[in-house]
Design a protein around this ligand. Sequence first.
Ligand code: GLY
Length: 386
Amino acid sequence: MSFDIVKRFPDPAWLDGMAHKLDAKMQFAVQKAREVSFIPYSTENGQWKETGIGWWTNGFWPAAMWQMYRATGKELYREEAIRAEKMLDEAQRDFKNLSHDAGFMWLIHSGVRYHLEQNPDSFDRTLFAAHMLASRFNPSGFIRAWNDNGKENRAGWAIVDCMMNLPLLYWASQVTGDPRFKLIAMAHADTTMRTFVRHDGSCNHIVIFDPVTGETLETIGGQGYENGSSWSRGQAWALYGFVLSFLHTGKQEYLDTAKRVAHYFISQITDDYIPRCDFRQPEEPEIKDNAAGNIAACGLLELCQIVPDSEAKSYYDAAVRILKAQEENCADWSEKSPAIFTKCTSAYNDLTGRHITMQYADYYFIEAIGKLRGEQLLFWHSERTE
Ligand code: GLY
């Protein structure tokens, strides 16, 4: 019997309030999304702002719709999820421009729709995405993150975020019975454990490997403050990603690594429980990232269910504190904007990307509230179902 995250919740009235607020806000967000011809990511002047169809976050909007559908049973959410899923077919047609983010882009909505409704097109989309992700594997031991950008040859670049895309590969092995996808995922997770996660539990964002030998050439700071710093969203991707790799494989080292990253994350969070963008950034200006907080909270809520009860409470308490603090201080429930979380940061050194809205921060909050209200379908792991 695992730690019961629903029964333990100290403030059920708050959770009920969140469910109502989310439904009202997301209905408004859907109404605004239907006025535009792209998938929501960020906002400007209270409106959804345009992004290209290949943008890596585009799976989070339909995933949020499936979460809301599961929570409320309201058909408008299901319809909107399917509308976005069909829009994303254009990104699959332009497959040569896809990155390693195929998991974010398809598993958590097409994979979920296939799981719930056995829709064959959703199955094909998800499996196609898995093939695209598997094709980025470099047999020297890592999954290539990004394509070249005109300036850099990025054949040897891998990023910590990829840990959250691996569930797509585990899914593909599960549905096809072919272990190749899972073996690729585990090879990449092993490399990440060895080369990204530092002894203290902090992580590099980007590691550049020799694309022929697999030798580590250098690390770079990426979306964090600088090389050697600790981008909080990267820590959150690692935390939740290693929990999921453990759930899919049972490999103890993945769980141990998830715990190490979690301990570091919790040790670095300030008294206000709203993560800084980089745990090693200068004290001023105080740049926050709500996305890091909500992703980490989801990872911690899963982690506390797979460790002994005697260990679970500190993970659980940290998750609940983060969610409550971020909601209290950074959530916009009004109809002035279709987005909820206002203090998200795309990258520390992107001065225009500080304290903006990012739809996937809202997605992870919705996912966390769902978990705390007893949602049993883990969108990243289709085996743990009701
Ligand atoms: N995966 C890119 C980011 O977290 O911004």
